[in-house]
Structures are given as structure tokens and as C-alpha cells.
Design a protein around this ligand. Sequence first.
Ligand SMILES: NC(=O)C1=CN([C@@H]2O[C@H](COP(=O)(O)OP(=O)(O)OC[C@H]3O[C@@H](n4cnc5c(N)ncnc54)[C@H](OP(=O)(O)O)[C@@H]3O)[C@@H](O)[C@H]2O)C=CC1
Ligand SMILES: N[C@@H](CC=O)C(=O)O
Length: 428
Amino acid sequence: MAERVIKAALLGFGTVGGGVYKVLKMQQEEMVSKLGARVELKKILVRNIEKAAQKTDDPSLLTNNWKEIVDDPEIEIVIELIGGIEPARTYILEALEAGKNVVTANKDLIAADGHILLDTAAKNKKDFLHEAAVAGGIPIIRPIKQCLAGNHISEVMGIVNGTTNFILTKMSQNGMEFADALKLAQDLGYAESDPTADVEGLDAGRKVAILASAAFNSRVTFDDVYTEGITKITATDIEYANEMGCVIKLLGVARNTPEGIEARVHPMLIDVNHPLASVNDAYNAVFVQGDAVQDAMFYGRGAGELPTASAVVGDVFDIVRNILHDCCGRIGCTCYKNLPIKHMNEISSKFFIRMFVEDRPGVLANIASVFGNSGVSLAQVIQRRKKDQYAEIVVITDEVKEKNLKDALAVAKGMSTVKEISGMIRVA
Ligand SMILES: NC(=O)C1=CN([C@@H]2O[C@H](COP(=O)(O)OP(=O)(O)OC[C@H]3O[C@@H](n4cnc5c(N)ncnc54)[C@H](OP(=O)(O)O)[C@@H]3O)[C@@H](O)[C@H]2O)C=CC1
Ligand SMILES: N[C@@H](CC=O)C(=O)O
């Protein structure tokens, strides 16, 4: 019997697009035994054909004309790896409407418009798969939607951005400057085309929105997620954290609480013995808590060419099986609930606060009293450096609502004895 060939097109030939091209080549022989068919790239959409020609031994694959792909009935799978909202959104919708299945790693788009893309796929009985959009090479979307479908999931949390984890690791273990560590992360292909998305916590926020929607069966978009990045974390914060037996990690947290869904990304001090403390470099780790499975942890490379391509090609192979069994479109949008989002002000944590205050008797007592008036009690006070007439102090609060902490800081900032509040980090 003739070998079945399934034709696919790649949109974008950058870090991940190049990785997918390589992984498909690496799987060239074995995929036929695995799937009962061969996946063949028929076209690669690029902007600059001359530049892209250096990355392939078959430049005839390259095109800068989208119509050559969307109007080609032979192409059954479109792999979108351009990134960003437009033209990716238009291409994906047109591909689905033209009866093609789609794979993407585009978290920006899914975190904003995932329901529209999934509904369009369902209407056309086509697959829209996006495993690579969260935590790079780690399987997490499929496990949540399929393997853990028998659970009521109450929490998903972890390290979901490789670039910031790489930067924090290099700053704390090698004393590297922020800018140098970021440059290295860019050179290694971990960062987004605009790395602001990584360092300001936006990329992790998008992943938290996607994870929360899948885990809690309720639509959570990027706008629902509180985001804070790592740009304000200094070498001094890292030193204090080390002294306290902690490390600083950028964590994404999604919780399904009786008051609504908590969805947030921010740096956090965690004990060195916490399992996430040893997740370093561009590695990611995600914890899932379900009523039946209880605890599950997923760990692996969260970014980069081949790890991300591994997740993309897994989706492509899944689609090939669905095509062969004529069952595309099996899993559409799983958001059948409409749960409220809990406001950040209502979320409770302990806090690490670093400030410069006048170095004289009574000042600390005054600060403690101001915090106490807003319902914030201080569990620990550390005093270290002195500069002129000022002392740098670090206070660790007891667990308190964000709103109370903000009120206390607003009053403290106005105190004549407080020169500056230099840092505020939540403590796990
Ligand atoms: N890098 C990673 O580790 C991971 C990335 N992702 C996601 O994967 C996607 C791709 O990321 P990545 O490969 O890193 O990004 P790159 O910037 O490396 O690649 C994007 C490619 O798309 C091309 N491109 C941009 N606009 C167009 C267009 N209009 N038509 C055709 N080609 C276009 C770019 O061309 P040109 O070279 O001309 O700019 C570039 O080659 C993004 O959605 C990203 O968020 C997900 C997980 C991990
Ligand atoms: N820029 C992202 C890439 C993968 O999603 C990251 O650093 O995690």
C-alpha cells in the first residue's frame, strides 16, 4: 500500500520554526512506524526569503505569499510560529475556515482570544492545539485537559518563564548583572522578540491565563492576571534572600477559590528546601493540585529551539492520528463555567519589605505602629547596612491582605523618618 503523506506548512522560521524543521527531519524515518503516515513540509512562510534560505537545503519550500498556503487544498496542517497578535490571528482563523488543522505556540494570542480560535476550530471540526504555548517542552495543557480530566483542579502554580528563571539563576549563582544575563538568554533563543514581555512578567501572565482556563474550565484572559516582573529585583534583595535561606523566583499562581479565581505572577521568596528553589536556568516546573490525583509536578525545559519544537511536533503527530482516524476536532474549548476573578487586594501573603530609615531610637517602634494601624504585624526585623544617618532595615510581615499592606506602605512612605522603600517581595 502507498505510504500516506500528510502535508503541512510552517508559518515563521525563527527559533521555534527552525526547531520544528529540525525535529521533523530527525523523525523522518521513525514517524511512519509511529503514525502510519509521513508528515511533509510543503511550504514555509517567511518575510525575507534570502535570509531564510540559509536555514534550509530546499529553498523551494520558502514563500512570502500566505495565499499559496491557505489556498492549497493539499496542506492539512498549518503550524503558526510567527508569534504576536497580527497577522498570526488572521492566518489561524483563515486556515481553520479553509478546513486546515492548526498548531501554535502563540501564548499572546491564546491568552487574549483563545476562545474565538477554539470555537472556530470546533465549528469547522478541526484541531487547534497549543501545547508549546505554556512551559515550552513540558507537556502540561494535554495532561490538564485529558489525563487529569477526572479531577476538580484547585491550584496550578510554578515557574513558567524560562528567560526570567535563567536571569535570576545567573544573578544569584554567578553574580551576573541583569543586562548581561538577559543578553545571554536572548542569544540562547529563550526570550520573546520583545523581552519586556519576559522581564515584566507578561509572558508568564499569559501562560497563567491559559493554564487557569484549562484547569478551572472557566475563561481567564491575560487582562484578568495580575503581573509583576523581575526588573525591580536587585543584587541586594538576592543577598538578603540568601542570608535568610531563601531564593527569589518569578512564580505564576492560579487558584480556584470559593471567592473566585486568583491569577497572578510576581517574584516570591521561597525557602531553599522548597522543590521550586532548585528549578534553575531556563527550566520550568508546574505543580497541579487535583482532588483525585492530589499533587502532580511537571518539570523540564521551558524555552528554547528543540524543547519547544518537541511540544509542537507532538501536537502535529496528534493531528496526523486524528486525520487518519477521521476524528479531528475532538477537543474544543473546555471553558463551560463562568467563574468570577478574585481581586488582587483580597489575596493574602507574607511580605519582605526593604527600606532606608533614620538611624535613631524610636524609629522602628513608630514604623511598627504605623503598620499595626493598617492591620499589618511584623514577624521579623533585620537591620544591616548603615549609610549616613540612615539604616537599611528589612521587615518580614505576618500573612496579610494586599490591601492592608498597600495602605501601610502609603502611610510609611509619607513618614519623615522613612527615606525610601526600596523593595517589596511576597514570601511563600
Ligand atoms: N523561543 C521560545 O523558547 C519559545 C517561543 N514560543 C512562541 O513561539 C512563537 C515563535 O517564537 P520564536 O521562534 O522564539 O520567535 P522568532 O522571533 O525567533 O521567530 C519568529 C519568526 O517569524 C517570522 N515572522 C514574523 N512576522 C512574520 C510574517 N508576517 N510572515 C512570515 N514570517 C514572519 C520572523 O521573521 P524575521 O526573521 O524576518 O523577523 C521570525 O523568523 C512565539 O509565539 C513565541 O511566543 C513558545 C515557547 C517557547
Ligand atoms: N520567552 C519564553 C519562551 C517560552 O515560552 C520564556 O522565556 O519562557
